[in-house]
Design a protein around this ligand. Structure first.
Ligand code: MG
Ligand code: ZN
Length: 215
């Protein structure tokens, strides 16, 4: 994976080892503000919580709105307040891990800061990355922000039910995403209508199972 900061890479590896020693895998969820990161995480939790013990790290520049949403689900959630920083670094994850009982978890879902740029530059000990792009953001984003798409394992085109209203060219996005990253899986989803969520969940399930050696 592309890595800009060597020091961050070392800490990312340490986080991954620590999680691995407790049989926990980490999913890094990236996307713009309003792309639907929180609601997608909520939908994935609803479909996977009977199978895996899930914890959540909610990254936000400030405030606890998303963390409160997850907290209502009755799962362990820790708010990572970046105090203005526009991305999460591996060291922040390392500092937050002691707040969880890792022996009682299988999966940590991390909602990164809403931003298509620098969150993609920092590995945070993840086993895999899920990028979200919502239809209202426009179909030119892969060309404008290639790194987030070239480093993610899957791309979910969220709010897909709005496609007709925005004239969103999903074939263009998929073509560009696969040009940047031939291995990327592309899903068309809507957390409002439920479209595509079962397919996305099956993919996430497969990645978790593989990371935990249960595939
Ligand atoms: Mg959110
Ligand atoms: Zn940043």
């Amino acid at each position: 994976m592309h890595q800009v900061m060597e020091w961050n890479e070392d800490v990312s590896d340490a986080v991954k080892r620590e999680l691995g020693s407790h049989q926990v895998c980490l999913m890094n969820v990236l996307g713009s503000p309003g792309a639907g990161k929180t609601s997608t995480i909520v939908e994935l939790i609803a479909r996977l919580r009977d199978k895996y013990r899930i914890g959540v790290i909610e990254g936000d520049i400030t405030g606890t709105i998303d963390a409160e949403t997850i907290d209502k689900l009755g799962l362990p959630v820790v708010q990572l307040d970046t105090d203005g920083a526009c991305h999460i670094e591996a060291m922040s994850i390392q500092h937050i891990l002691p707040h969880f009982n890792l022996d009682e978890l299988d999966v940590l879902m991390v909602e990164n800061i809403g931003n298509l740029v620098c969150p993609a530059e920092f590995n945070i000990g993840e086993s895999f990355r899920l990028a979200l792009l919502s239809i209202p953001e426009g179909d030119d984003k892969v060309e404008k922000y290639p790194l987030i798409f070239s480093t993610s394992d899957a791309l979910a085109l969220n709010k897909y039910d709005l496609k007709e209203y925005f004239g969103f060219d999903d074939a263009r996005v998929e073509r560009n995403a696969k040009a940047a990253n031939p291995d990327i899986s592309v899903f068309r989803v809507s957390s409002r209508t439920g479209e595509g969520l079962d397919e996305l969940t099956a993919w996430v399930d497969g990645k978790i199972a593989a990371a935990l050696g249960r595939a």
